[in-house]
Design a protein around this ligand. Structure first.
Ligand code: ADP
Ligand code: ADP
Length: 231
């Protein structure tokens, strides 16, 4: 699903150069559930920005779902962002004056899905995150945990190749964090590919692979063996 080779990112502010990523090689297969961890300044946000096609590496190649995005134009990148990637942010990033269902419809609007299908799929996505009874509420009328579940519904509704979540539980209390992680786990069980950044070891425990960054490089990469249950 994702292949990164020799990824470097150098930020240049006038005379000063900061090497945020110093040569990262990484493979994430379809259906993996990955936590990206590491101290502040280790390159996690830079990595997420590159994975999300919000930013391009200074060097190296990035292939996402068969597309070499490190060579894509800005227009091509924006198409990839809108069709291949579902984003979940720490601060939810919902449109304030817009209902839950309209927020979830938004990525499908960009993807050109017809109105009737948009509504049906948005309602189904909200149902799947346990918000079937809140679809016409606006963000202010929802708790933090509910808002983040709307954001998760929005992230998954276009059936993206990967869901990227940047500290998705950072603004949530323990109970809501566990609810949101339970939803990610279910999405993972249904075959979705998910990568999330977290500082919290307890949150990372819900995932199946922990990649630790330090000083712009991968320090360790621990996969938890998946127990296959015979079907
Ligand atoms: P993390 O998310 O792990 O805290 P970041 O990816 O934000 O790490 O940052 C990695 C390094 O790159 C840090 O030294 C940070 O200060 C630097 N950095 C990040 N973004 C920029 C930028 N836009 N311009 C200059 N330096 C940056
Ligand atoms: P977040 O984890 O929410 O991305 P950051 O502090 O890592 O927060 O970054 C916030 C914004 O500031 C990002 O756009 C990042 O690229 C930029 N940034 C981070 N560090 C620096 C820096 N040293 N110089 C300039 N911009 C930076």
């Amino acid at each position: 699903m994702i292949t990164l080779k020799g990824i470097k990112k150098i930020y240049a502010n006038g005379e000063i150069q900061v090497a945020a990523l110093r040569g990262v090689d990484l493979q994430v297969d379809e259906g993996e559930f990955v936590a990206i961890m590491g101290p502040s300044g280790s390159g996690k946000s830079t990595m997420m920005n590159i994975l999300g096609c919000l930013d391009r590496p200074t060097e190296g190649s990035y292939v996402l779902d068969g597309i070499d995005v490190s060579r894509a134009s800005s227009d091509e990148l924006s198409v990839v962002r809108n069709t291949k990637i579902g984003f979940v942010f720490q601060g939810f990033n919902l449109l304030a004056r817009t209902t839950a269902v309209e927020n979830v419809e938004l990525p499908m609007l960009y993807a050109g899905v017809p109105a009737k299908e948009r509504r049906e799929r948005a309602l189904a996505a909200l149902e799947s995150v346990g918000l079937g009874a809140r679809v016409y509420h606006r963000p202010k009328e929802l708790s933090g945990g509910q808002q983040q579940r709307v954001a998760v519904a929005r992230a998954l509704v276009n059936r993206p190749a990967i869901i990227l979540a940047d500290e998705p539980t950072g603004n949530l209390d323990t109970k809501s964090s566990i609810e949101v992680m339970a939803i990610f786990q279910r999405l993972h069980q249904n075959g979705n590919t998910i990568a999330l950044v977290t500082h919290e070891p307890d949150i990372a425990e819900h995932t199946k692979r922990k990649i630790f960054f330090r000083d712009g490089a991968v320090e360790s990469d621990e996969k938890i063996e998946i127990q296959r249950i015979a079907d």
